[in-house]
Design a protein around this ligand. Structure first.
Ligand code: HEC
Ligand code: HEC
Length: 552
């Protein structure tokens, strides 16, 4: 592509370009294309919304599509800034670290936890930042490297289910079997479809939107599939068709820029209008890649966010060297809600992004598609104001229909809670309890694990019906956070796995009886390891509170 040479020339171009763009936009913002094989219906949309928000689609009951794609955060992941992948060098705290999305703890076929090389017993993190699902229906190709294409192949029958325009269906087939995002090792589609068939829709969620609740109306998944597809078979294809249909309704077209383009000049403040001119005019002319009305682009470009060899991006898909280091042009709608930025989540604010563009990128090569340009403080401020406020649809920011949604279990106060502090052992490491799964009545596999202990050390858990929130007592130098009631029970968990400098860990799982009397009952737990490096030979975790609940 050709890039502008002189800022002055570009600015004068922009002054002509702005009114012209206005007349083009008077045509409005058309609905997204829909593949003929998967027409939109209200039932499919509602079913897709139910599935998209259902954490039961993951092995752990902790990850739904919505976990990494939150509406109030522009369809991106609000946890990104705090979710670190160590990058290609595999070590944390170095410049190639990536801010991604947290999925599940490494999980074996039998649902027991396993440590992973990069994340031990913590939730694994994706090696790229999540892209927004809002307005994704307009993308011909999905993902930063465009690897999810419009030809959708049914993952069970291996036949082409959609010839063209099925990139959302193609994309959705990935995460449910991905062992970093949602799945235990060896998950198959037939297993997952059977799990959906037998699950109560959104059993783990709360605060369902009234319209969704009224549509589900206490029905089972087979009954919902019956309404959406004509019979009650729950199949992979139907799950993916429904999710994609829901995504096709996530169109945000009520930002200030839309009212402005429809002829209301007051919809953007004078400063934001100045920002829009800068966007279309200065430097690399943002709009050559981020086209209205989506402020997205076709094509893939190399900006020099990171050195090319760290992530080949589009090049790894096409095999073409000139595509190395190129990434898709993400839509800038709702971008103010989606920090941090770029495929590696490497820029914390829009100010940092704009400064990055003004200096022509951080890792410039012959192949860079942007050039440095001068930017005065007023224009910088105006551009950021436009990006942050002019492109945000208030229905997205406030979670209003069609962006309304249930509350996930993991974002509710039903999630198990850690409290108190641990007592350090060898190497100064403080053992930690891990309990993230839903303590829902009838859960056949509720896991409690301990990590960061001394590898090989004999270890045990204590369970109790009451806590000591002050941790006043000690046992062999370790602070105790349990109430020491008559219910106190010790469970030996054997020697901790792992050795050397790696975290020593062990996990156990038990079934939670499907007994209504347990609803609301709590238990408290703590883990201990016999460790010569602890003050008096016993290291300990802090406390854990788990409160049982009945699913919807
Ligand atoms: C653990 C977090 C996580 C989960 C769970 C997850 N995603 Fe994503 N999603 C991501 C990340 C990260 C990317 C970008 C990955 C890449 O491009 O390599 C992404 C990309 C996408 C995109 C591409 C958007 C675009 O502009 O190209 C869509 C659509 C999407 N996800 C939908 C879904 C759906 C549907 C589900 C559930 C079936 C889902 N995601 C589950 C993290 C997640
Ligand atoms: C040559 C094409 C091109 C031009 C010109 C361009 N961009 Fe981009 N933009 C991209 C690509 C490609 C990405 C993703 C890059 C990556 O993550 O590696 C991106 C990402 C972004 C992001 C981050 C979005 C997110 O969700 O992480 C913002 C914000 C942005 N651009 C704003 C701008 C602004 C402001 C300008 C003008 C100063 C501009 N862009 C000019 C191609 C371009």
């Amino acid at each position: 592509m050709s890039l502008p040479r002189s800022p002055r020339l570009v600015l004068s171009l922009a002054l002509v370009a702005v009114p012209f763009a206005g007349s083009v936009q008077a045509q409005g913002f058309p609905p997204p294309p829909v593949p003929p094989e998967n027409q939109i219906t209200a039932a499919k949309t509602n079913l897709g919304k139910t599935l998209f928000w259902d954490e039961q689609l993951s092995a752990s009951g902790t990850v739904a599509c919505a976990t990494c794609h939150a509406m109030e955060f522009g369809g991106g992941d609000p946890r990104t800034a705090g979710s670190v992948h160590p990058g290609p060098d595999a070590s944390f705290g170095t410049p190639d670290d990536i801010r991604g999305s947290r999925g599940i703890i490494g999980t074996a076929t039998d649902l027991s936890y396993v440590t992973t090389a990069l994340f031990d017993l913590r939730e694994q993190v994706t090696s790229r930042k999540a892209l927004p699902v809002i307005n994704a229906a307009y993308n011909g190709l999905q993902m930063w490297d465009g690897r999810a294409t419009g030809r959708f192949v049914d993952p069970v029958t291996n036949t082409v289910a959609i010839q063209n325009g099925g990139s959302l269906e193609s994309q959705a087939s990935g995460p449910p079997l991905n062992t970093i995002e949602m799945a235990h090792a060896g998950t198959t589609w037939s297993e997952l479809a059977a799990k959906v068939r037998d699950a109560r829709p959104l059993a783990l969620a709360t605060n369902l939107p009234a319209t969704l609740d009224a549509w589900i109306a206490g029905r089972s998944y087979p009954q919902l599939f019956q309404e959406a597809f004509g019979d009650n078979n729950v199949t992979a294809r139907r799950i993916l068709f429904a999710i994609a249909t829901y995504e096709r309704t996530l169109v945000s077209n009520q930002a200030p820029i839309d009212a402005f383009r429809q002829g209301n000049p007051a919809a953007l403040t004078p400063n934001q209008q100045r920002g829009l001119q800068v966007f279309n005019g200065l430097g690399p002319r943002c709009n050559t890649c981020h086209n209205e009305p989506l402020f997205a682009g076709p094509g893939f470009f190399h900006l020099g966010v990171r050195p090319i060899n760290e992530d080949l991006g589009r090049g790894a898909i096409t095999g073409q060297p000139q595509d190395n280091g190129r990434f898709k042009v993400p839509s800038l709608r709702n971008v103010g809600l989606r920090a941090p930025y770029f495929h590696n989540g490497g820029k914390a604010t829009l100010e940092e992004v704009v400064d990055f563009y003004a200096r022509g990128g951080d890792f410039r090569t012959q192949q860079s598609n942007i050039q440095p340009f001068p930017l005065n403080p007023q224009d910088r401020n105006a551009l950021v104001d436009f990006l942050r406020n002019g492109l945000t649809d208030p229905r997205v920011a406030q979670g209003q229909a069609p962006f309304d949604h249930p509350t996930l279990f993991t974002r509710s106060n039903r999630a198990p809670r850690l409290y108190g502090t641990g007592t350090a052992g060898s190497g100064g490491r403080v053992p930690r309890l891990v309990a993230v799964e839903p303590p829902v009545l009838g859960n056949p596999n509720f896991s409690v694990a301990m990590e960061q202990g001394l590898g090989g050390a004999p270890a045990f858990f204590l369970f109790d019906m009451a806590s000591d929130p002050l941790g006043l007592q000690t046992l062999l130098g370790a602070r105790i956070w349990l109430g020491f009631t008559v219910a106190l029970t010790a469970v030996e968990i054997g020697g901790l796995q792992g050795s050397g400098n790696r975290s020593g860990w062990q996990s156990m799982a038990f079934a939670i009886p499907n007994d209504a009397l347990l609803d609301g009952a709590a238990f408290f737990a703590q883990g201990f390891a016999i460790d010569p490096g602890a003050p008096q030979g016993l290291s300990a975790t802090g406390g854990l509170e788990v409160r049982f609940f009945a699913g919807r």
